[in-house]
Design a protein around this ligand. Structure first.
Ligand SMILES: [Zn+2]
Length: 386
């Protein structure tokens, strides 16, 4: 049971939660702090002293930090705009994870049609274009004779960075926004999401190849070695992500015919709602080694109790607290019907953070479905087809 708990912990808490906007949690992956420090450091130690010589160290530090802050705010606003359009189109977004190469919105399901895909994909670049226009306008309005060259330089950097974000994201290959635009267009024309994803994914790999060539050129021509390495690093990341997006579609297709009833665990141990938590721990957790049990009152399934629920109750109250007091009641978001598909199970597991869900047929508990059981089922299917 230990690996399951750890896997759940890892997938739910990787990174540092920052804050929430519109019900979307903003989480910073550990790698993100590295890039923030790198950008702030480059601005403070390199860019500002070169462009604006003869100032005090403190001024460079302040300018560097302010500029880095607005740069990362720009990236976040870009990512948020994708999410807001997704939510408005009926696609729930749980959280945005900021990491080394920007941000990923954890969109819990794929857009249902090319038009929605296009709207969600274009929201980010449109926002970056607006931000770039705002920052360029400020630079122009401040004019040549500004008494604040430091601030004007900061705005210049932000204008340039947002323009670069816009152009880079519009490159027409997955996983970039431009790749999603390309996929939406091919999808609309061919009515075939698999072919559309294949085209956009191949295009993404071609773009990654070009970036590698550019990076090698920068290094071998005696130009900027750091920039060259950075290009290659980004290219490798893009290549992998392009591959993944195509494989996800193939997997989804392979799963098309699989129903929940095909991947249910062979047996299930249930507990009555009336026993105490102390008894639950002694008789069930320590004997059966499952970390989660459906609670059944007579023949009626009423909820589910897991180690997590038990741990919320102080240990000295385990003998006087009943299972029904501590359990989580069933809801459509935490249960499955036998005729649902695997994607539904994956979505509900992702959205609820639960690794196992009960399968109910009307008022009857059938069995449970666990993430690990689905994974091994998938493994066997892909091994057989490959
Ligand atoms: Zn984007």
């Amino acid at each position: 049971m230990e690996p399951t708990r750890r896997a759940t912990w890892f997938s739910r808490h990787r990174g540092v939660p920052l804050f929430s906007v519109l019900g979307i949690r903003i989480v910073a992956d550990y790698s993100w702090f590295l890039i923030v420090a790198l950008i702030a450091g480059t601005l403070t130690l390199g860019w500002f002293p070169t462009e604006l010589p003869g100032r005090g160290t403190l001024q460079y530090v302040i300018l560097g930090i302010i500029t880095a802050f607005f740069f990362f705010a720009s990236v976040l606003v870009h990512e948020l705009s994708h999410s807001v359009v997704a939510v408005l189109s009926g696609i729930p977004v749980r959280r945005i994870t900021l990491f080394l190469f920007g941000g990923v919105a954890e969109i819990t399901k794929e857009p249902a049609d090319p038009r929605t895909e296009l709207k969600v994909a274009l929201a980010g670049p449109a926002t970056s274009a607006v931000l770039a226009a705002i920052f360029w306008s400020i630079v122009v309005l401040m004019g040549d004779s500004t008494g604040r060259p430091g601030l004007q330089l900061a705005f210049f950097y932000l204008a340039f960075a947002n323009t670069a974000l816009l152009v880079f994201n519009l490159l027409p290959g997955l996983p970039l926004d431009g790749g999603r635009v390309l996929r939406a267009v091919v999808w609309a024309v061919t009515k075939n999401i698999r072919r559309a994803t294949y085209v956009a994914s191949m295009s993404g790999k071609a773009i990654a190849g070009l970036l590698v060539i550019l990076g090698l050129f920068a290094i071998l021509s005696g130009g900027n070695v750091i920039a060259g390495l950075w290009f290659i690093f980004i290219a490798l990341f893009l290549r992998r992500a392009a591959d993944t997006s195509y494989r996800q579609i193939l997997l989804k297709e392979a799963l098309g015919g699989v129903r929940i009833m095909d991947v249910m665990t062979p047996d299930v141990v249930t507990v009555p709602p009336t026993i105490s938590l102390a008894e639950l721990v002694d008789v069930y957790f320590l004997r059966h080694h499952f970390i989660c049990y459906p609670v059944v009152d007579g023949t009626r399934p009423v909820g589910v109790i897991s180690i997590r629920d038990v741990k919320h109750v102080p240990r000295d109250r385990w003998s006087e607290t009943s299972v029904s007091d501590a359990m989580s009641s069933f809801s459509p978001d935490t249960t499955l019907r036998p005729d649902e598909g695997i994607p539904a199970a994956m979505q509900k597991m992702a959205a609820s953070g639960l690794g196992r869900l009960a399968v109910l047929d009307g008022d009857r508990l059938l069995r449970i479905v666990t993430r690990r059981y689905i994974m091994s089922h998938l493994q066997i299917r892909t091994d057989l087809s490959g």
